[in-house]
Design a protein around this ligand. Structure first.
Ligand code: PEP
Length: 256
């Protein structure tokens, strides 16, 4: 059975005081979430880089994991403003988000650059959370599968199938991110199953064990029906992760 994962992407939100309050509420809320016997779900919080240290201190002693929102592929050097995988790892991160659509669209990140980030993260023992997803126009043009698989193949071609033993994939339809529009459980399941099948074609056991989480306006009200799909192993949550009750309740949805 695959472990669930509910990951929070705070994006560029929060200040130290509000972070403390949010974390206090999440930590105390999650303590009261009782998962049924045998059910397993991990929680991950990805704050802005400048607050990683603050969040790490706050999370000490809890089972919540810490992740970066971005990483540069180089080990070190003249890359003003960038953060290396080694730095994330040194600060206590276990994961890093790679290829988020905001990075692809707003910062011009290419499939090749994203693939390099993926390998750089793994070289420092970080688990990459690789985001893939189509735009509204691509969905309407019938090219959802081609787009998502193209993004996946770019990393598979660069890193190889074995690298996916230690990776998470986040299917995030761009049209559903921050818009309030959520892919229906069937729409999401269709793409998740396609991603799993594609990975299984290269290595059946990797396809079976890899976690594929869904992102795009996940909230307390829709989490349970998404999580009920056989190939949806959790969620990458943006807006709703900034509201403690929403986030805790999404995590609790894993309890079914
Ligand atoms: C995201 O940024 O990864 C995301 C899924 O955002 P939201 O939940 O706000 O749609």
């Amino acid at each position: 059975m695959r472990k669930g994962l509910v990951a929070a992407n705070w994006k560029m939100n929060g200040l130290s005081q509000s972070n403390d309050a949010l974390l206090d509420a999440i930590i105390s809320g999650l303590k009261v979430v009782e998962l049924p016997e045998g059910a397993q779900a991990e929680t991950l919080i990805c704050p802005p880089a400048i607050y990683l240290q603050q969040v790490r201190e706050k999370l000490e002693g809890s089972w919540i994991q810490l992740g970066g929102q971005n990483v540069h592929p180089a080990k070190s050097g003249a890359f003003t403003g960038e953060i290396s995988a080694g730095m994330l790892s040194d600060t206590g991160c276990t994961h890093v988000i790679i290829g988020h659509s905001e990075r692809r669209e707003l910062f011009g990140e290419t499939d090749r650059f994203i693939a390099e980030k993926f390998s750089a993260a793994q070289s420092c023992n970080l688990i990459p959370v690789l985001c893939v997803g189509e735009t509204q126009a691509q969905r309407e043009a019938g090219s959802t599968a081609e787009t998502v698989l193209g993004q996946l193949y770019a990393v598979l071609g660069h890193a190889g199938i074995d690298a996916f033993k230690q990776a998470i994939i986040a299917y995030e339809p761009v049209w559903a991110i921050g818009t309030g529009l959520t892919a229906s459980p069937d729409q999401a399941q269709e793409v998740h199953s396609l991603i799993r099948k594609t990975i299984s074609e290269q290595d059946e056991s990797v396809g079976e064990q890899i976690r594929i989480i869904y992102g795009g306006s996940v909230k307390a009200a829709n989490a349970a029906t998404l999580f009920a799909q056989p190939d949806i192993d959790g969620a990458l949550v943006g807006g709703a992760s900034l509201v403690a009750e929403e986030f805790v309740s999404i995590c609790a949805s894993f309890a079914g």
